[in-house]
Design a protein around this ligand. Structure first.
Ligand code: GLN
Length: 497
């Protein structure tokens, strides 16, 4: 009874709006429909454009649409299907792309005014691979400016609303990519994760998201934020589909020297395997102060499900976690300050009007083109790299990064995966943290560690708070062990029913 009353007040205070949440069809259902001719890729694409036209004004998920390109691909798929040809795994699947990845025929803004008017002449490798596998690219998705943020409120084109509850943030920086899947405005999407930008929004919107191992997916055609941390990865409504997408986009690329030559696994098949005997580590440092009690309970329940499915649960320790947030914000800002130097008003996008000298044109273009958070990070990064402070900040951060990576490797000697909450807090209200960048940074505590260590991970829905806000569980695995992470995530997902 008490519980019921609590739920009611929470609901009325919170105005849960689930009108926008809709589960997309699974890849296997879609594939069957396309092969049998029951589903026409062209009609499917058009129905997605209708849904986008209807609800995008409320959610602000898409920044631009690539209708012509989409209908051309869809038409080609329909022709192949009519001929009875063997169709590729993503044939006719409508997908959306985070607007930090370039795609021919669409503007690329990176959520910034700085790139307004920029039309890239080529495709990111991940985008080209999706299309080669038959996917239909619907358009470009909203995100925090240059992928810097955790709430999508740093987009120069306005925030994305969380489809679960429009008063809440969808998470960031890939907020549009997560929201699009949650609201069935795409069957799957691509995002990027530098310090949590796939995992945290996936968790906030109640969908699956993947952080591939550093080097697993090519970064070619990704507008760089922090090159030693940036990863491209998929979002999908279920773990198996996310695994299929990863197999499509992963692999060596001559255009990205950091991409790995290791063969790509059949991750969907890996995800089908049982978790019997799988060793799951639970690190104390991810369950301490600052963790929302409802999230703790939900993750502990998820771990119980893993145990019930035959996994062996072990307590582990990752003590360097306490230094991860400052370390990440030094490394990421230092690299960002270097990467963003190329935006000078000459080569790409925005240029300030009326400057009298070249120097004034550079500085005014940057002043007017970049938003506040991006400027803050360029300044922090420039400071951390400057002659007098390099040793104290940047070098120190690199040393801590190394320690953290070694700690993970030691723990992965004892366990196959590590289970943690994805975020210490549920999706917060729009505007709630915009005045407090430090509070926003601190909430990245559980995701920046894997980013610094280069390891892989998956986030999977593991329930909801009393007021109906999604909770995500993070499953981490060592380098190139994505298949194992998917396996554990499938078991957590299965327990959700
Ligand atoms: N929230 C983190 C940041 O603001 C992560 C961003 C990301 O992964 N792109 O830097």
């Amino acid at each position: 009874m008490a519980n019921e009353i609590h739920q009611k007040t929470a609901r009325s205070l919170d105005k849960v709006t689930t009108d926008y949440v809709q589960k997309p069809k699974s890849l296997s259902e879609l594939h069957a429909g396309i092969i049998s001719g029951k589903t026409k890729a062209t009609e499917l694409a058009n129905s997605y454009y209708e849904r986008i036209a209807e609800i995008n004004p409320a959610l602000n998920v898409y920044l631009s649409l690539t209708r012509e390109r989409a209908l051309e691909t869809a038409g080609r798929i329909d022709e192949l299907a009519a001929k009875g040809d063997v169709l590729p795994v993503l044939a006719g699947v409508p997908v959306g792309i985070k607007d930090v990845l370039v795609a021919k025929g669409a503007p690329a803004t990176a959520g910034s005014k700085m790139l307004s008017g920029y039309h890239p002449p080529y495709d990111a490798t991940s985008v080209a691979k999706l299309e080669a596998a038959g996917a239909v690219i619907l358009g470009k998705l909203n995100c925090d400016e240059f992928a810097m943020g955790s709430s999508n409120e740093n987009s120069a084109y306005g925030p994305v609303k969380n489809p679960v509850n429009v008063e809440r943030v969808p998470g960031g920086s890939s907020g549009g990519s997560a929201a699009a899947v949650a609201a069935d405005m795409a069957v799957a999407t691509l995002g990027t994760d530098t310090g949590g930008s796939i995992r945290q929004p996936a968790s906030f919107c109640g969908v699956g998201g993947v952080l591939p191992t550093y080097g697993r997916v090519s970064r070619y055609g990704l507008i760089a934020f922090a090159s030693s941390l940036d990863r491209v990865g998929p979002f999908a409504a279920n773990v198996r589909d996310a695994a299929t997408l990863l197999s499509v986009i992963a692999g060596y690329d001559t255009q990205d020297a950091t991409s790995s030559r290791r063969p790509v696994d059949d991750y969907a098949a890996e995800s089908d395997k049982s978790v019997k005997g799988l060793r799951v580590g639970v690190p104390a440092e991810y369950f301490g102060e600052g963790l929302d009690p409802e999230i703790r309970e939900s993750i502990e329940r998820g771990i119980d499900h893993l145990r019930a499915a035959g996994a062996e649960i072990k307590q582990v320790s990752l003590p360097t976690t306490q230094y991860a947030v400052p370390t990440y914000y030094l490394v990421a800002t230092a690299e960002a300050s270097a990467n963003l130097a190329r935006f000078d008003g000459v080569r790409y996008g925005y240029r300030a009007e009326g400057a009298e000298t070249l120097a004034a044109m550079y500085s005014r273009s940057r002043d007017e083109g970049f938003g506040a958070e991006v400027k803050r990070r360029i300044m922090l990064g420039t400071y951390a790299l400057s002659a007098g402070y390099y040793d104290a900040y940047y070098r120190k951060a690199q040393q801590v990064r190394r320690l953290l990576a070694e700690e993970f490797l030691t723990v992965f000697g004892e366990v196959d995966v590590i289970a943690t909450p994805t975020s210490p807090i549920p999706p917060f209200k729009l505007g709630e943290k915009t005045d407090d960048p430090l509070a926003m940074y601190l909430a990245d505590i559980y995701t920046v560690t894997a980013s610094l260590a280069g390891i892989c991970g998956v986030t999977v829905p593991s329930g909801a708070t009393q007021s109906g806000l999604p909770i995500g569980m993070q499953i981490l695995a060592s380098h190139f062990n994505e298949g194992t992470a998917f396996r554990a995530a499938r078991a957590v997902e299965a327990a959700q029913g």
